[in-house]
Design a protein around this ligand. Sequence first.
Ligand SMILES: [Zn+2]
Length: 475
Amino acid sequence: MAFHGTSRQSVCGNLFPGADLGHKYFCVNSSTGTTSAGLGATPSSSGPAAPAGTPRHPAALGGGTGGGAAVPQPHSNTASEVPSPAEMEPDRPIGYGAFGVVWSVTDPRDGRRVALKKMPNVFQNLVSCKRVFRELRMLCFFKHDNVLSALDILQPPQIDCFEEIYVITELMQSDLHKVIVSPQPLTTDHVKVFLYQILRGLKYLHSAGILHRDIKPGNLLVNSNCLLKICDFGLARVEEPDPSRHMTQEVVTQYYRAPEVLMGSRHYSAAIDVWSVGCIFAELLGRRILFQAQTPIQQLDLITDLLGTPPLSAMASACEGARAHILRGPQKPPSLSVLYMLSDGATHEAVHLLCRMLVFDPAKRISGSDALSHPYLDEGRLRYHTCMCQCCYSVPSGRVYTRDFEPSAERPFSHSYEQSLLSVWQGKELIHRFITEHQQGKRVPLCINPQSAAFKTFIRSTAWHSSKVSRKEER
Ligand SMILES: [Zn+2]
C-alpha cells in the first residue's frame, strides 16, 4: 500500500505523555505486582510476603531466541519510584503468539514492566477484522486472576490512519512450555497448583461461553511465584449451541487436539479444552508430550493405543473416513496403567483424574468445573488461596477466605455485535469507537513514538510474522 508510510507518520508523536520521557514508548502496569519466590523453590516457602528469588539478568528472557526456562525479573520499581528514561530496561520482544508479537516494555507512567502486543493485519479482510475485534473485546471482558486481560489499549490515531492495535497486558515471566523443558524441578505441589489454576481459569472461560481452542503449555503464562494465566485468545470463539452449525477444524496445536476434532467432527464443545488440559496434566507429570505424532492420523493412533479402540457410540459425530480408519485397524485394548509410569507424582488420585479428562467420548469427558471438585486438586486450591490469590486476605488472627473459590463469569460474553459487522470499514469504525470509549476517564492515554529505534525493530519483527499469518488465513 502506497500510503502505508504516510499513515505511520501521522501516528501520534510521542508514546509518552511527558516530553522528558520522549524516547521510550510503551506503557505498562504490572497489576499483579508479584514478588518472586523462585519457581524452583518449594511452594510451601512462597507466601504473600515471600522472599524475592534470585533475579537473573533480564536479557535472558528472550522468547525469540529460545531463551529457555522461567526467568524471574526484578520488580524493583514501585509505582512511586518512576525511573528516569536512562534507568529503564530496554524494550524487547518476548514471544510470538498465534497472531501478533509481544514485547516487554516499560510503562512511562509508573515505570512498571508490562507486555505490549501488536495485533497485526486487522483490516486486511472481514475475517481478520472480526477475529481481532473478538480477541480485543475478550481481553477487555475478562476479569479473572487466571486469565490474561487487557490493562490498557494504546490510543489509536485518526481513523483514516488507523491500521494497527496495541494492547497492554500484565507481563508474565515465562510459560509452562519453557518450564517443562527446563531443568528446574517440578514437584507434585507445582503440578497441583498449576493444574488447579488452569482449571480455575478454564471454568471461568467456559462459564462465559468461550471456547479457547488452543490450550497448550505455551499459552499458559507463569510467574516465578507460580501464578498462572491462560493467554492467547486468537483462536477463541463463543460456544455454538446449535449442533447443526459447522465449526472450523483449524483449531488446537495437534499434540493437544481432542479426538473428536481429529476425527473430523463438525461440531464440538468446551470438552475440547478439557482434553488439552488432560494432555498438559500428563506432560507436567512426565515432562514429555503425551501424544507426540507427526500427522493427525498418527495422533489418533497414539490416542487409541492408550485408550483402546473406542466404541461406535463414541464416534457418533466423526466423519466417515475417520470412523473407517478406526474400524479397519486392530481392536486395541486400553493400556491406561502406563500412566502410572509417567513419574512418581502419578499417584492413584492423579491417574484417576487424568483418566476422567482423557475420555474419548466428549459427552462422557469430565467438565472443567467438575474436575475442580476432584480430591487431587484440594491441596492446589489450599495453596493457591493461602498465599497466591487476590480474593482472600490475611488478618492477624488468620486467613479470611473468599466465599467462592472458583468464580464463574458474571455474564456470558456476547458476540451479537458480529452479526452487524458487514464490511472492513464498518469494522474499523466500530473498533475505533470501542477503543476510544474503553479509554474514557481512565489513565493518561499512551501512544507510540514512531521515531524510536525500539519501535522500528518492533515493526520489523511484526512484519516478518504478519506474512506468515496472512498465508495461514488464506487457507
Ligand atoms: Zn483466594
